[in-house]
Write a protein that binds this ligand. Structure first.
Ligand code: NAD
Length: 490
């Protein structure tokens, strides 16, 4: 049996327990059993973390322009420490987030660390100063420049699905920009989303108060406090659309900069002239990390003229995939459990709803307690789905694919766009036709013929209810900068 190291907080340069000594159990999604303990932070801990971040920003030169290369060097050292802890990262991703061994290297460790390297590479592209030149006004020459400065204290609130990837996406960008931070991961993933970041930040030698990490069993308390606190300048949030909406509302009182990476219900459109129709249809099988990805293509749109063929392809693909998932010891497996009992019940609830709404279950649909004591839902696909069904509109965040027929290109675009979300998406077909469709879908990323639209050197984010702002790439660093305009007379 695995026991993870105790997850501790980092407040003002000190690795610590909660101020009242309370802890909570970390539960393995594989077994449903305790796999570690985490500090259960108090309101006082959150207050101290915010105070430390404020002090470090206001009274040190951490965020200064002159200090920017020193920040870069510390961020590189921090990266090197993560490199030395790849095994711990993998262990945490498996036992906290429920990552299958075959999925760990991709989304959880390699992709996260590659993204970190990308941030380091694009750092030199950050615009710190822009010269707007002279302009004559009132008979005098005025010279204008914009300087880009760190926003200040940034609260970084992250979800449980890919804690390293999302955590790195925020903390590295914020630190490079010169902000001081309070990282707040989800209760389910205190070690991967928080404690390892804190421990290694301490080892890297960031000045006290620059990096703070808090977490606890209450999903909302620490985040809400930071959203309300006037000492916090910016909230960078990744999570569900409902919570994102609330953060925006509550943050209005102190006019917070809010940056939101939210949910999705992305469409994959396969055109009748897709170079490899069968492969494109089969590839949408929603199994990786049990479908718990924000930008997964969970609505498959296929031409009505080839709908029966697509069904047969999917039936074959799911049957062939069979029971090759859900074994924590199998390095080939890319699908494990869903994160929690609550999430399993939610996913099963949607499966029941799909049946009631009149969709046809083509494959799967059941909980799989035989896989272990954890939270296993088998790969599931619904056909005969119409886009107005709730299973086609709402984010299920589990291994459930819905397949919708369309009449022609315009109909495919209409269906893809008839969604409150706009995060990811894809289209496969002859290049020019697919590109036209890619431009017409209202979404933050679009993949044409399986082009990789997510990487650390390119911006990622959502349209509509999928978010506000962009993470990763130079845009991701610049999210943490303010613009100050300075003009002088000559
Ligand atoms: P969630 O919204 O429940 O929680 C996200 C974070 O917010 C957690 O740290 C949680 O503790 C905190 N939180 C909860 N209530 C809060 C409140 N009232 N105020 C402040 N903070 C609060 O999301 P989740 O279940 O952890 O993650 C799944 C969701 O995240 C999905 O909707 C998924 O699409 C989304 N997600 C989006 C992206 C993206 O980049 N767009 C990436 C990963 C996950």
């Amino acid at each position: 049996m695995v026991t993870l190291p105790d997850a501790k907080l980092l407040i003002d340069g000190q690795i610590c327990d909660a101020s009242n000594g309370k802890t909570y159990d970390v539960i393995s999604p594989w077994t449903g059993e305790k796999v570690g303990v985490a500090a259960d932070c108090t309101a006082d801990d959150v207050n101290r973390a915010v105070a430390a971040a404020r002090r470090a920003f206001d009274t040190t030169d951490w965020g200064s322009y002159e200090n920017r290369h020193k920040r870069l060097e510390l961020v590189k050292k921090y990266r090197e420490l993560f490199e030395q802890n790849r095994d711990r990262m993998a262990e945490l991703a498996i036992h906290e987030a429920g990552a299958a061994v075959g999925a760990v290297s991709r989304a959880h460790v390699n992709m996260a660390l590659d993204g970190w390297d990308d941030y380091i590479r694009v750092f030199e592209q950050v615009t710190w100063e822009k010269d707007y030149g002279q302009r004559e006004t009132w008979g005098m020459n005025h010279h204008r420049i914009a300087v880009h400065e760190p926003v200040g204290v940034a609260a970084l609130i992250t979800p449980w699905n890919v804690p390293f990837y999302v955590g790195i996406g925020k903390i590295v960008a914020a630190l490079l920009a010169g902000c001081t931070v309070i990282l707040k991961p989800a209760p389910d993933t205190p070690g991967s989303g928080g404690a390892l970041f804190g421990e290694l930040a301490k080892q890297a030698g960031f000045p006290d108060g620059v990096v703070n990490v808090v977490f606890g069993s209450d999903p909302a308390m620490a985040g809400e406090m930071m959203v309300h606190d006037p000492r916090v300048d910016l909230i960078s949030f990744t999570g569900s659309t409902g919570v994102g909406r609330r953060i925006m509302q509550e943050g209005a009182a102190t006019l917070k900069r809010v940056f939101l990476e939210l949910g999705g219900k992305s469409a994959k459109i396969v055109l009748d002239d897709a170079p490899n129709f069968a492969m494109d249809v089969a590839m949408t099988m929603l199994v990786f990390h049990a479908g718990q990805g924000c930008a997964v293509q969970s609505r498959l749109l296929v031409p009505r003229s080839r709908y029966e063929e697509a069904k047969a392809i999917l039936k074959g693909a799911y049957s062939q995939y069979g029971d090759n998932w859900g074994d924590v010891n199998n390095p080939e497996h890319i699908m494990g459990p869903v994160i929690s009992k609550k999430q399993m019940e939610r996913v099963l609830g949607y499966i029941e709803l799909g049946k009631k709404e009149g969709a046809t279950l083509l494959h799967g649909g059941n909980a799989r307690p035989d896989k272990g004591g954890g939270y296993f839902v088998e790969p599931t696909v619904f056909v005969d789905v119409t886009n107005d069904m709730r299973i086609a509109q709402e984010e299920i965040f589990g291994p459930v694919l819905v397949v919708i027929p369309y009449e022609d290109d315009a109909d495919a675009i209409r269906i893809a766009n008839e969604s409150e979300y706009g995060l990811g998406g894809g289209v496969s077909g002859s290049h020019d036709r697919a590109m036209k469709i890619a431009r017409a879908v209202r979404t933050g990323t679009m993949s044409v013929n399986n082009g990789m639209s997510i990487a650390g050197d390119i911006p990622f984010g959502g349209y509509k209810a999928s978010g506000i702002g962009r993470e990763w790439g130079v845009e991701g660093i610049e999210e943490f900068l303010e613009t100050k305009l300075i003009a002088w007379t000559e």
